[in-house]
Design a protein around this ligand. Structure first.
Ligand code: PTJ
Length: 243
């Protein structure tokens, strides 16, 4: 039991949840390493949503709301950390949710689907096909899901798949604390923020965007600018870290 007044309470709860979900088979063991990398970058932005991430969050909401067919692609880490937050975002955005894994097994797909459904997510089911041009199971997705989507939200994505989805003409929105990752640099829009802060903020933005504001944000979208702003925030914090 983690004491509520522990200064690292939030972080310790997230680790505990990931470890439990790894033992249950929801999270891949590699997902634990991926989380550690994320935590390190979260330190560098001060474990808070930066101004540039706020702009990215508003823009993500606009893109999901204006898409013909938005899909949220969920992996093991996302399911473990944010199943309830995915349910809430699905409700306000009308997006479909598809389980799509890097370390894919039928058993993990089944476990993650059950976990998400237990938190109120409506999960697409069907027969996966190799529609994303990648040799390897990462190319598998549902024709009626990611296959048909024009906008895909893929938190904690792999660079190759992000690139392949872009090459298929889809808008890719990612949430990735590492602004230097290939995914961050390849996506249409990168939210450099922690998953469990970013998802509720996108949900809130879906309900508060004013008419016309979404179109304006989409027109102004400049992902390279947002990534540079995130790196500037980190540099600024490092410069003044010990003052
Ligand atoms: O469940 P699976 O089989 O689909 O596998 C999922 C993982 C995460 C293991 C897989 O997609 C993977 O290996 O991802 P990468 O290539 O390590 O990328 C994960 C990225 O997410 C890294 O850049 C991390 O910095 C970042 N990240 C990790 N945790 C968080 C995060 N970003 C935002 N919020 C987090 N909580």
């Amino acid at each position: 039991m983690i004491p509520k007044d522990h200064p690292r309470y939030r972080s310790l709860v997230a680790r505990e949840r990931l470890a439990r979900c790894a033992r249950e088979g929801i999270v891949a063991l590699e997902g634990l390493a991926a989380h550690g990398r994320g935590e390190a970058f979260d330190y560098l932005i001060g474990e808070r949503t930066t101004r540039s991430a706020e702009i990215a969050i508003q823009t993500a909401a606009a893109m999901l709301l204006s898409a013909r067919h938005p899909v949220i692609s969920v992996n093991g880490n996302t399911a473990a950390l944010a199943a309830g937050e995915i349910a809430a975002l699905q409700q306000v955005s009308g997006a479909d949710v598809e389980v799509n894994l890097f370390h894919r097994t039928d058993e993990r797909i089944r476990l993650i689907t059950r976990h998400l459904e237990g938190h109120g997510v409506r999960v697409l089911s069907g027969t996966p096909e190799r529609l994303v041009p990648l040799a390897h199971d990462r190319g598998l997705c549902l024709r009626e899901g990611i296959g048909d989507a024009d906008a895909v939200l893929v938190p904690l994505e792999d660079g190759d798949r992000c690139e392949a989805l872009r090459a298929m003409g889809k808008a890719v929105i990612t949430i990735d604390l590492n602004p230097l990752s290939r995914t961050a640099r390849t996506a249409t829009l990168t939210i450099v923020d922690e998953l469990t802060r970013a998802l509720p903020a996108i949900t809130a933005a879906c309900t508060t965007l004013k008419p016309g504001e979404g179109d304006r944000l989409i027109t102004l979208l400049d992902n390279a600018y947002l990534l540079r702003a995130a790196i500037d925030e980190m540099r600024e914090r490092l410069t003044h870290a010990l003052e």
